[in-house]
Design a binder for this molecule. Structure first.
Ligand SMILES: [Zn+2]
Length: 662
């Protein structure tokens, strides 16, 4: 009896040991566009976040956490890599996160984690071409925006309940090994449009309603974890990628300025077993610290390229006076945005929160004493030139220390491909024609913010299907400033979508004049000309688009060659068309449409045997599609392989019946 009991104790002891040695599950939650001052656990009295407040009671909240970039894609690149924007260089849509940049999902995957992403916005969908490289290390990347193209909640964003349901159905199937799940909620991003009952309850402040709805859905997820016994051993990290401005400094939404309304973000960790729980820490930290903190807690080595630091020493109450804590307590918080430069041609902005100051590097520098002036209303730069100069130098030194000095970004592209494409006029690097430092030239965004707000309003109208309203708003802008390239580009794009090619053309020509280096503009002009029947003109523009484009976005480059192939074909240049299609396929070998088109054209031109493999690949890439099987059937028939032709025809009919059950 006693022996049996002792055996049982030994078993329990070992079981306990094994359990504590198990790596924790990791749930990384990013709630887009959420201001720190809306969080109950950071002092808000609005009552929006009961579930996050409860989580904070068991975790560690940071009351002074800062985003490194007030835009979704660059900020998530910082969160997931633990590096600054000047290092990872994903400062715009379509710029790749290259393999030399450390990446939390990849590191966790290599350390035995099952990994999955559940993203709520097409902006974070690697298949959209907007975030190349983000899928690295993920077993599953849930980002399907192919639904009804007229429904915003199917083709642009998913609501929190949808994302949480997807995340939970994956988590419950992956409980055996430790899991890493990134759950991204987009609700608080404009348009502010919460579902009921939040719509009614927050009718006067729908932005708050979106936050309350997102919180309620996180409550569902936390309850699911608890019910499955997973909550305790799961590290839950919650943050926002950036905040939202409501005119405090003239800006609405986010992206240009670097004041607290868009840079101060919620940040909260709930550790396994609620370790170190119940603290709110006022040390200044950044989203750049999230990845190293998670790796540290999971006892995985932090790569040397990671620039943020583990916040664990701050959380461990045993050692408040240690040198690690002292070093962490003195760090500045760096932020930047190139949006004003890249899209509007104005100066970029950079900021440093250091000592008690917020310093903003701009054509007209800004200095605020955050202890006396937390809302940043009094610019002290002229009154305190010495402090301003010191902080300006510190910021420059910080950038010098943290910038990525390796040659711009093609390191994960097949070198043979690079060579081949260099011969066709491709260059590497985003804004290859600008000398270094040029991004700080141009107008001060402070003087131009009305234009930004106006463009945002117009684009939102367009995104909500109100094309004419978008056009009217953009035309109004001409009166304020006729030389903003982004206005022409968007106006031209909207006209294209409306099928108004005559009106699109002059607007796009003006955009081309303002910035002849912009590949996209040449592409758009090409589309307009094609639709106006000017095939030769369209061909010339497509070639210019290819010349001006870079290898940074393979999907885009592939699209250009595909489009040019269509023009060559219509001009009767069959060989040129095949050449362009093959180039397109080299850039994006897994593209369904290119495989289908190449296979079909080869068969039509008398090479069915050469076409078959492409058609087979297309069938594999989209197993529900009827077309590849119809074309395969034709090709087999040409080859006299009647049985295979019949089999393909049957398969096509089966798929067709499945799609139209009536
Ligand atoms: Zn965002």
């Amino acid at each position: 009896m006693i022996r049996a009991l002792r055996q049982l104790l030994v078993v329990l002891w070992w079981a306990g040991c094994a359990f504590s040695a198990t790596q924790p599950n990791i749930l990384l939650i990013t709630v887009d566009t959420t201001r720190a001052d809306r969080m109950g656990f950071l002092g808000s009295k609005r009552g929006l976040t009961p579930n996050l407040d409860a989580l904070a009671k068991q975790g560690i909240a940071f009351s002074r956490a800062y985003s490194q970039y007030p835009l979704t894609v660059p900020s998530h690149a910082t969160i997931l890599s633990g590096t600054y924007p000047q290092f990872h260089r994903v400062v715009d849509f379509g710029l790749p996160l290259v393999k030399s940049i450390p990446y939390l999902p990849d590191i966790l995957h290599q350390n035995g984690y099952q990994t999955a992403a559940f993203v709520a916005a097409t902006a974070l969908d690697p298949n959209s071409g907007w975030v190349p490289g983000f899928a690295r290390g993920f077993d599953t990347y849930d980002a399907d925006f192919s639904g009804d193209q007229a429904d915003r909640y199917q083709n642009v964003e998913h609501r929190a309940d949808f994302v949480v349901a997807h995340a939970w159905s994956w988590i419950k199937e992956h409980q055996k090994d430790p899991f890493f799940a990134w759950v991204h909620l987009y609700d608080p991003h404009e348009p502010y449009d919460p579902p009921e009952p939040f719509k009614t309850r927050f009718a006067s402040d729908p932005y708050d309603g979106e936050i309350a709805f997102a919180d309620s859905q996180l409550g569902v997820l936390f309850d699911d974890l608890r019910a499955a016994g997973l909550y305790d051993n799961t590290l839950i990290a919650v943050m926002s990628d950036h905040g939202e401005a409501f005119g405090e400094h003239g800006e609405f939404t986010h992206g240009i300025f670097l004041y607290d309304e868009t840079i101060h973000v919620p940040l909260l960790f709930k550790m396994p077993k609620n370790q170190f729980g119940g603290q709110t820490l006022a040390t200044r930290v950044g989203l750049v610290d999230v990845a190293p903190t998670i790796l540290d807690q999971a006892k995985i080595a932090i790569p040397k390229e990671v620039q943020g630091q583990s916040l664990l020493p701050l959380m461990k109450p045993a050692d408040p006076g240690s040198s690690a804590v002292a070093a962490l307590s003195k760090r500045p918080a760096y932020s930047e945005s190139d949006y004003s430069h890249r899209d509007f041609g104005w100066s970029s902005l950079r900021s440093l929160r250091d000592d008690k100051y917020l310093f903003v590097e701009a054509p007209r520098k800004e200095l605020y004493d955050q202890s006396a002036d937390p809302d940043a209303k009094q610019n002290l730069a002229e009154k305190s030139p010495a402090v301003t100069q010191t902080l300006s130098s510190r910021l420059a030194a910080f950038r010098g220390k943290t910038a990525n000095t390796s040659k711009a970004g093609n390191s994960d592209v097949d070198p043979q491909l690079v060579q081949k494409l260099a011969a066709l006029g491709y260059v590497g690097g985003g804004r290859a024609n600008e000398p270094p430092g040029a991004e700080m030239n141009g107008a001060d965004p402070k003087d131009k913010i009305d234009i930004f707000n106006h463009v945002e309003k117009a684009l939102l109208a367009g995104a909500q299907g109100e094309a004419q309203k978008e056009v009217d708003l953009l035309l109004e802008l001409y009166k304020k400033d006729p030389n903003v390239e982004v206005v022409d580009r968007n106006l031209g794009d909207t006209y294209l979508r409306m099928g108004k090619f005559d009106e699109a053309l002059p607007v796009l020509r003006k955009a081309e004049e303002l910035n002849p280096e912009m590949s996209q503009t040449h592409y758009q002009i090409g589309q307009a000309l094609l639709n106006l029947g000017d095939l030769h003109g369209a061909k010339k523009e497509l070639q210019a688009a290819i010349d001006k484009s870079t290898l940074m976005n393979l999907k885009y480059a592939s699209t250009l060659h595909f489009f040019l192939a269509g023009i060559e074909r219509r001009l009767g240049e069959k060989e040129e068309a095949f050449k362009e299609l093959r180039l397109s396929l080299e850039l994006e070998p897994e593209d369904y449409t290119t495989n289908l088109t190449l296979g079909r054209l080869l068969a039509l031109d008398g090479n069915p045997a050469m076409g078959v493999p492409y058609l087979q690949k297309a069938a594999k890439l989209d197993p529900n599609s009827v077309e590849p099987h119809v074309f395969l059937s034709d090709a087999y028939e040409q080859l006299g392989r009647q049985m295979e032709a019949d089999a393909q025809r049957t398969e096509a009919e089966r798929l067709q019946a499945k799609q139209n059950p009536n």
